[in-house]
Design a protein around this ligand. Sequence first.
Ligand SMILES: [Zn+2]
Length: 580
Amino acid sequence: MTDMTRGAFIGLGAAAAAATATIATARGASATVRGSASSREGSGTGTGQGAASGMVPDLVVTNSRVLTGDAQQPLAEAFAVDRGRFIAVGSTDEVSNLIGLGTKVIDASGMCVTPGFVDAHSHPLWGGLAALISVDTNLGSIQRIQDALSARARETEPGKWVVGFMYDDTKLSEGRPLDRRDLDEAVPDHPVFVGHRGGHTAVVNSAAFDAAGITVDTPDPRGGTIYRDSGELTGRLAGPALDPFQALLPDPSSREQRQAAVKLISELMSATGLTSVHAAGVGSDAFIAFQDARAAGELGFRANLFANANAYPSFRASGIRSGLGDEWLRLGPVKYAADGSASERTMRMSTPYMGRADDYGILYMSQEEIHEAVEDAHRAGWQVAVHANGDVTIDMVLQAYERVQQLWPRDDTRHRIEHCSLVNPDLLQRIKSGGVIPAPFYTYAHFHGHKWVEYGQQKMEWMFAHNSFLEYDIPVAPASDWTPGPFEPLMAIQSMVTRKDYDGRVWGPSQRISVDQALKICTMHGAYASFEENLKGSISAGKLADFAMLGADPHDVDPDSIKEIPVVRTVVGGITRWEA
Ligand SMILES: [Zn+2]
């Protein structure tokens, strides 16, 4: 096949680093083979010479509009892939000259190709498991939710739990939220727990209250709310008030089910062009599930796993820290949660919610607790990620990051603020100067429009502030937080570009960004958030061959229909994981 060993050939990428080698082709044209800056581990040695002699790529894509995301060559027509990496990017003529025996050729027929998309904050295992074993209550009416739950109850032993997920109180045709009475009516003989898609609130029935031993007289736990109305339990719970119920839910899954959940979510995510996903806040079960799925060839995306507060101590005790792993499975930061939720309107803010003069939202951690958690992880060499939605909470987390950096300086920590929903110029300045990475919701402006009336237009000019982050030159990361938000990157791009919800209302128009900016967030910035910007995030020779082929260029369509663009093919490491 080739005289050059594959190792030497691949090594060319790593060794050439910033250097640029030009392939002379038979026609005298040239394609750029630019060295990757390599993964931080490096990937071999090579001379950077002889690139032209006998290289036979595994895969060549031609006749495309390639939005490379690489500033040195933003547009191309074609590229070649060998052993999982891009090896050449250029014109169709140039790259076609590399085609040899055994090269698979994909003629893109003018379709658009982008780097593979990254979702830098998601809950793929939890969501995949819920999709496998719980009742999907993402339905448009209370009636339909009741029907779905009672159908499940009929096949469930009396006394055992019926669990729903993906409930959304603002998307019901009755125009009011689900409550305890609705659940009692549909399922009288089983305890029912219906989790909101946001993950921080739930609705339960009377049997569930009985099982948990909670009555109308039970005091609210710190940071949590057991909602009451006219002396009765409404059924709604927020924050730590969920804990006693969750403790009673049956052990949700077996090892096989967890592996199956990774397989299922891989298929769903691959179909949307995602090639890398950060799983926020997982336990050791998840590490096993992802490894099992990978070994079985079922893992469809590269995963960066954030250890939750339960998993962290044992990693820490053994000296393991963020960054362990490889280009498929990687240990990311330790993750904490400091306040409530944006979509469930419980995040902690300096000004109250619209129409609720005394409601400033919920804090889960005190300043002392945040300091302690951040100090421990920072000093142990970890990347830290703290969930902080409201401006009050973001300030508290920044204080902790500023403190540890002053006392125990470390280079390039990339500590993160998950969600980082409501900002202001002071917070932006401090995020920038601390090198902190915000990961705001990328589909929320579009998907959750009904909720933004509770924040109001003025606040929305500072929420999910993608444009402000870019103006401050902050590498804002792409984040769905699925299940709370949809993970489809094309919906994300539409949402960030238009800020328009399903009803056509525009929320915070000053935060609109361009298609190019949105693409960069969903690719390069996602790579940067996991220290992998030299490994992925653009279609550049030497980088991992992760890309999505789209039915149309998002620049060319009506911005209000970007999410309708079909994802035709998703490729990870040169392997097709999804084909329409
Ligand atoms: Zn999350």
